[in-house]
Write a protein that binds this ligand. Structure first.
Ligand code: 26W
Length: 820
């Protein structure tokens, strides 16, 4: 019989069959006849992995031999979702694997659902990192993603009596077939301790960091398969382990239990992802996580530079670009300085030049409460040497460039300093990130403008050439080809498959908007997804919804600035209207929500409860049956998004103008033919430019109008009294009607009235309701609606992450494309 040893791995069904059965028998010790579904999933994944690993090694070798520059993407979060289907489709082996399994009586599509989501991120920033990894491999760009191997990803969400309850997400309790341990690249990380000054034999002083606690970092590699490309890059995730040697003394003294307690403590460092996605909490463990992963990654990058080439340090930036995904990994800047100055003994100014050439920084938020700062007390205790380095960087900056530009201007120095002096000293990680790199980018045109004008005006004045916009994008492979294979096939049939690698080709679809038979097929595909989603809704929520209703979708983290409560208030209004007028002429609607709230975000949880309470009433009220349903799907994540997005008719992108940096769900939904109802915020502005104002529903205050209204003195009560509809909806919601308790939604009501309505829900309400009735009108004219939907799919090619990544490669990283 043929075995793996004597058969080269091929992409044929026969070869797959052999690989899968071999893995079942040899790797998993299972019988083909009795193997569990999970065994089959693992064996199939391993069969794919076998075919990919060779290419990963080849890519690495080629990159090393050619001595090309690589980008190192540093991110605390990667929301990868499931990998098997993506890897099969990207490597072009989906059909072969499906047939191989089919021949053995197994349904691939069932096995695909066995895979747990890799949910190592909170939201947009983490999913963006995952899309970028896909594009980097697809475009043959040399790259490594670095992150943390969290044992627990973002919590699993459940609703109990309509309220969010969090559970741990043990995504790798059964292991994961995709990750491979690399113990030979383990790193040691130092923390705490003190700094002493020492002198060498020439009488030259230097700093030594002593008395530290040690941690080990074990790397796990996950291969990243690009679409129709031979490059396989890796995502390298660090797991914290105790340094056994460190505890040896305690062991000998009989402190066995103590030693193991220390070990457990060390392992907490990579235990769990922090579930906040917009509030900075200043927790020590979070700083330790950040430094742990940064120190491991930099040591890995430096090791590769030193082993791979015998070049002077000045050449380091020509081999390595490092991208900081927000400020979370910004401690990499003082860490590289420490390595260069204290360990490699470079001159400060040379080390600083290397740093600035190496690093670049992406900002993902303007929200003041999300901007990271660390008290100097905490920072100095955990990283005493790094704090000294920060002070030195700051001193040279303020007395150098700042003094030269604005002599004697202490106001400018205060504004630009890395150290915030008010309310106890704090390190401003954003200032450090702008200063320590050569490029700072925003993630949409509007966001970048606000970054320059409002967040960093003094830095922008001083270093305008450092700022640029790189509008976000999403991978069209996962967000169309994988999640909507029916539409993908229709597009390919109509315009060829070139769009999968060159998204601008989607424009060719535009002309099919007037083709009746194309429109019917487009609509039938949408309806098919709505039927599937209706089944999911029935099983998870026990509510039956009609696939002919308008599916109105808001899926994203729950946050006041994203204004799920604006949507909620409008649904209450509709509810009242239908009851008052049972003969009302409106398209039936199903409002669908998916959202997790940060566990400590009280008001966000109150909003979730309110939506669920409203849903409970509406869905059982015969007076609105057939017209209105409200669904809150629990545990929103990547895999659920892949089900909801192809089924959506309407995409809610209704943040307060100036608050959503970009948004990426907006792009995925438009790509799948959902029309957007949205404010002029983030990338919505650019979506409007692409699709045209006749194919989108724009409403609400602009950034300038928001500023003006606030300057004038915004009073939400004015809007409350001016609109009877709004007043009655809010009062009804806050009454005892929905839960039997009239204080239940008082926090929500208070925030909108007594607490000043910080996100202008009341101010935008009327315009939102008006835009919603335009939506209703448009949906009732199905040919018109379908045309608009097709124009959306056809015109959003700009929002492919391939375009984004090529811009990064060209403008920031200066990376070559390397065919393997
Ligand atoms: C320190 C706590 C914390 C954690 C995460 C603060 C802020 C964050 C992220 C920056 C939040 C985030 O995910 N931002 C989102 O990034 C997306 C990708 O660029 C954008 O599309 C979203 O608009 C932005 O909210």
């Amino acid at each position: 019989m043929e075995t793996l040893a004597n058969c080269a791995l091929q992409d044929t069904p026969e070869s797959f069959k052999l690989s899968i059965t071999n893995h079942l028998r040899v790797t998993l010790g299972a019988y083909v006849e009795t193997a569990s579904e999970n065994d089959w999933f693992v064996a199939t994944s391993l069969a794919v992995r076998d075919r990919v690993m060779d290419r990963a090694t080849q890519s690495r070798t080629k990159h090393r031999e050619r001595g090309v520059r690589r980008v190192h993407y540093l991110s605390l979060e990667y929301l990868m979702g499931r990998l098997l289907e993506n890897n099969l489709r990207n490597s072009g082996t989906y059909e072969a694997a499906k047939q191989a399994l089919g021949d053995m009586g197994k349904d691939l599509d069932v096995l695909l659902q066995k895979e747990p989501d890799m949910g190592l991120g909170n939201g947009g920033l983490g999913r963006l990192a995952a899309c970028f990894m896909d594009s980097l491999s697809t475009l043959d760009l040399p790259a490594i993603g670095y992150g943390i191997h969290y044992e627990f990803g973002l919590f699993r969400q459940e609703f109990v009596s309509g309220k969010q309850v969090e559970h741990p997400d043990a995504w790798m309790r059964d292991g994961s077939p995709w990750k491979i341990a690399r113990p030979s690249y383990r790193q040691t990380v130092h923390l705490y301790g003190q700094v002493v000054q020492k002198f060498d034999e020439f009488g030259q002083p230097h700093h030594e960091w002593i008395g530290t606690k040690c941690l080990l970092g074990l790397p796990w590699d996950i291969p990243i398969v690009g679409y129709e490309s031979s490059t396989v890059n890796v995502l390298r995730l660090w797991q914290a382990q105790a340094d056994e040697d460190f505890n040896f003394q305690v062991f000998n003294e009989g402190g066995y239990v103590e030693a193991l307690r220390e070990k457990a403590l060390a392992e907490t460092v990579s235990k769990v992802l922090y579930p906040n996605d917009s509030t900075e909490s200043g927790k020590e463990l979070r700083l330790v996580q950040q430094y742990f992963f940064v120190a491991c990654s930099l040591a890995d990058i430096v090791r590769r530079f030193k082993n791979g080439y015998s070049l002077p340090w000045s050449e380091f930036p020509s081999k390595a670009a490092i991208q900081l995904n927000d400020t979370h990994p910004a401690v990499a800047i003082p860490e590289l300085m420490r390595i260069l100055v204290d360990v490699e003994r470079l001159e400060w100014s040379q080390a600083w030049e290397i740093c600035q050439k190496t690093f670049s920084y992406t900002n993902h938020t303007l929200l003041p409460e999300a901007l990271e700062t660390w008290s100097t007390d905490l920072f100095g205790r955990v990283l005493p040497r790094h704090l000294q380095i920060l002070f030195e960087i700051n001193h040279r900056f303020l007395n150098g460039d700042v003094e030269a530009r604005w002599p004697g201007d202490s106001e400018k120095k205060r504004a630009l300093s890395i150290i915030e002096e008010r309310g106890g000293k704090h390190v401003r990680m954003a200032h450090l990130s702008v200063l320590g790199g050569h490029a700072t980018n925003g993630v949409a045109a509007l966001h970048t403008r606000l970054l320059c004008e409002r967040l960093f005006p003094e830095f922008f004045e001083l270093y305008p050439e450092r700022f640029l916009n790189l509008t976000n994008g999403v991978t069209f492979r996962r967000w169309l080809d994988v999640c909507n294979p029916q539409l993908s096939a229709l597009i390919t049939e109509s315009i060829g498959s070139g769009w999968l690698k060159d998204a601008s080709k989607l424009r060719e679809l535009d002309r099919f908007a007037d083709d009746t038979s194309f429109r019917e097929r487009f609509q039938a595909i949408k309806r098919g997804h709505k039927v599937t989603l209706a089944k999911i809704i029935e099983t998870t929520c026990g509510v039956s919804v009609s696939p002919d209703a308008l599916f109105d979708v808001q899926i994203k983290r729950l946050h006041e600035y994203k204004r799920q409560h604006l949507n909620l208030l409008h649904i209450v209004t509709l509810y009242r209207k239908i009851i008052a007028n049972p003969a009302i002429d409106m398209a039936p609607r199903v409002f669908i929500f998916g959202a997790k709230a940060a566990p400590g975000y009280y008001l966000a949880k109150n909003i979730i409860h309110a939506i669920n309470a409203l849903a409970a009433k509406v869905n059982h009220d015969p007076r609105v049956d057939g017209k209105l349903k409200v669904i809150f799907l629990p545990n929103y994540g990547v895999s659920l998004a892949e089900r909801i997005i192809p089924a959506a008719d309407l995409s809610e992108q209704i943040s307060t103008a100036g608050k959503e940096a970009s948004g990426t769900g907006n792009m995925k939904l438009a790509l799948n033919g959902a029309l957007t109802i949205g404010t002029l915020d983030g990338a919505n502005v650019e979506i409007l430019e692409e699709v045209g104002d006749e194919n989108i529903f724009i409403f609400g205050l602009t950034v300038e109008e928001v500023t003006e209204l606030r300057a004038k003195g915004y009073n939400p009560w004015d809007f409350y009294w001016a609109s009877e509809e709004l007043r009655l909806s809010l009062d009804w919601l806050a009454s005892d009607y929905f839960t039997g308790n009239q204080n239940e939604f008082k926090p929500l009501r208070d925030s909108l009235l007594d607490h000043g309505d910080p996100f202008l829900v009341m101010a935008d309400y009327d315009q939102y309701a008006a835009a919603q009735s335009e939506v209703d009108k448009a949906f009732k004219d199905q040919p018109r609606w379908q045309k608009m939907a097709i124009h959306n799919t056809a015109r959003v090619g700009k929002f492919s992450s391939d375009r984004t990544i090529l811009e990064y490669a060209e403008k920031v990283w200066k990376l070559p494309q390397v065919k393997i």
